[in-house]
Design a protein around this ligand. Structure first.
Ligand code: HEC
Ligand code: HEC
Length: 455
């Protein structure tokens, strides 16, 4: 979708004002944070506030992976596309952990005049603000898993910063569990808003825009393919230019789209009889017990009647995407190249991504969406209709999806490699005085040449 973000959120403006007011020193030191944000940082990192005693926000949102998780690389969830949590740290979640970098620029959830859904926090936009979002993981049974707000307050009372918390937020916040949790959310939101680590705008692309870095020929060609409406057309949803002329490009327009991703059996909830008992049973086609339908549920409930929105997920920023594998809400792809290959070959060569139908030479396209709407099982499930039930919601009209079986894909493998090289330039931490150090920051999936061009 290509509707525009009209203005930066109030949150982002406040952050900009705060940073402007405090932009004296190196920026990331504690001294540049307000008292609320300093408390927020400690809350964000404190594992003692979880039922297991082992998990904090920072366990899943790891600073060196752009505040996402990189389960392929380390940690207890190694290899899983979704994090583990709960009192015994053995309960798998449902979605791949998103990066928190630049998240404070997200506008509140709303529908544009033309009906386009925009913004909100979580991949389905169900939290209205960062402060509201930040309260939820404390109570989610497969995350930090406290029984209720009172359990969170009991733990908070044992912490060395509790006195500071009460001094700042008042005695009531130290007594009333609901108020305490609300203030915890506010403090964490202030941290995400104020700390420059969450929005440094220090990628090679940012320096290139300011004329202080050179992109290689490969990266420039990748940018061109990324923007070209007849090739990648990526910028239609992941804009590479500033939305408001002030904020640098965010590489998301915060809209929603339905990509028709393949079902990922590596997520326990997707394994039917083997799914954890807390998995919602919202399948409507008699094939799978559970489907993650994004905007229409099951974790978001207010749009459950909007079957047209089923399967739509928020467009994420591509800043730092090189560091946040696996990709998409269900972590179905391990590398950027695979994710992009899916975009361009989903419809030209579906057998690469989807299973074969039971007894047919056909392929079950869009197999992570129910083939039937709730209540009426009109569809012969052996027929691999890609427009049956919720599968009809998948975006098949915009470039690069507008292809048919056997067409040549919008990008060939060489062009995909160029787009990957470009996306790698969105990794924060470029130092214009030491461009040669950039290569060391980039993961193996980025071409070495990403670091080759020195101004
Ligand atoms: C067990 C791992 C885990 C823990 C612990 C965790 N998160 Fe998350 N976080 C996730 C996952 C997974 C999602 C996506 C969930 C969804 O979309 O429904 C997410 C989503 C978010 C989002 C929304 C991002 C966006 O683009 O809209 C924010 C903000 C966030 N988390 C902040 C926090 C904070 C603050 C804490 C601590 C209070 C926290 N998280 C604890 C895994 C975790
Ligand atoms: C029509 C809108 C649209 C277009 C065009 C589009 N994307 Fe996306 N992109 C999305 C949405 C929506 C998601 C999240 C989908 C989900 O998780 O279910 C996404 C997710 C991604 C992700 C995963 C990021 C992460 O952190 O998991 C990558 C990588 C990506 N897109 C790259 C691209 C590239 C490269 C192109 C161009 C070839 C492109 N996109 C074109 C809408 C779009």
């Amino acid at each position: 979708m290509s509707s525009h973000l009209h203005s930066p959120s109030v949150a982002a403006l406040l952050a900009a004002l705060w940073l402007a007011a405090c932009s004296s020193g190196s920026g990331t030191g504690l001294s540049s944070l307000s008292p609320a944000a300093r408390l927020g940082e400690r809350l964000f990192e404190d594992t003692a506030l979880s039922a297991s005693g082992q998990q904090s926000c920072a366990t899943c949102h790891v600073a060196r992976f752009a505040f996402a998780e990189n389960p392929g690389l380390d940690g207890p969830d190694r290899g899983s596309p979704v994090p583990l949590g709960g009192p015994e740290m053995d309960r798998p979640g449902f979605r791949n952990t998103p990066s928190l970098k630049y998240v404070s620029y997200t506008p509140a959830f709303h529908f544009e005049a033309d009906g386009t859904p925009v913004g909100g926090f979580f991949r389905d936009g169900r939290a209205a603000s960062l402060a509201e979002q930040a309260q939820q993981p404390f109570l989610t049974s497969f995350e930090m898993a406290n029984a209720d707000a009172a359990a969170v307050l009991d733990k908070l009372k044992t912490r060395p910063y509790f006195a500071e918390f009460v001094a700042f937020y008042g005695a009531q916040a130290g007594r009333d569990p609901q108020i305490a949790l609300a203030r915890i959310g506010a403090a964490i939101a202030a941290y995400e808003l104020e700390d420059e680590d969450f929005h440094p705008f220090s990628s090679k692309y940012d320096y290139w825009r300011r004329g202080r870095a050179a992109l290689s020929a490969q990266e420039l060609e990748g940018l061109r393919l990324f923007n070209d409406p007849t090739k990648g057309n990526c910028a239609a949803c992941h804009p590479s230019t500033s939305a408001d002329g002030v904020t640098p490009p965010l590489f998301t327009d915060f809209t929603y789209d339905n990509l028709g991703l393949p079902r990922n059996a590596a997520i326990a909830a997707n394994r039917d009889e083997e799914a954890p008992e807390y998995t919602p049973a919202n399948g409507t086609d008699g094939v799978h017990r559970y489907y993650d339908l994004g905007l229409c549920g099951p974790f978001r409930t207010d749009l459950a009647q909007r079957s047209d929105l089923c399967g739509a997920f928020k467009v994420p920023s591509l800043r730092n995407a090189a560091l946040t594998a696996p990709y998409f809400h269900n972590g179905a792809f391990a590398t950027l190249a695979e994710a992009i290959r899916f975009y361009v070959r989903r419809d030209t060569d579906p057998a690469q991504w989807y299973p074969a139908a039971a007894h047919a030479s056909e392929i079950v396209k869009f197999d992570d969406l129910p083939a039937a709407f709730g209540g009426h099982f009109v569809v012969d499930l052996d027929v691999a209709g890609s427009d049956a039930g919720y599968r009809g919601n998948v975006n098949t009209v915009e470039v690069p999806y507008d292809r048919r079986l056997g067409d040549s894909p919008a990008l060939n493998d060489e062009e995909i490699a160029k787009v990957v090289a470009f996306v790698c330039t969105l990794t924060d931490g470029y130092d214009p005085d030491h461009p040669e150090d950039y290569a060391a920051l980039l993961p193996a999936q980025c071409p070495q040449s990403a670091a080759d061009s020195i101004p």
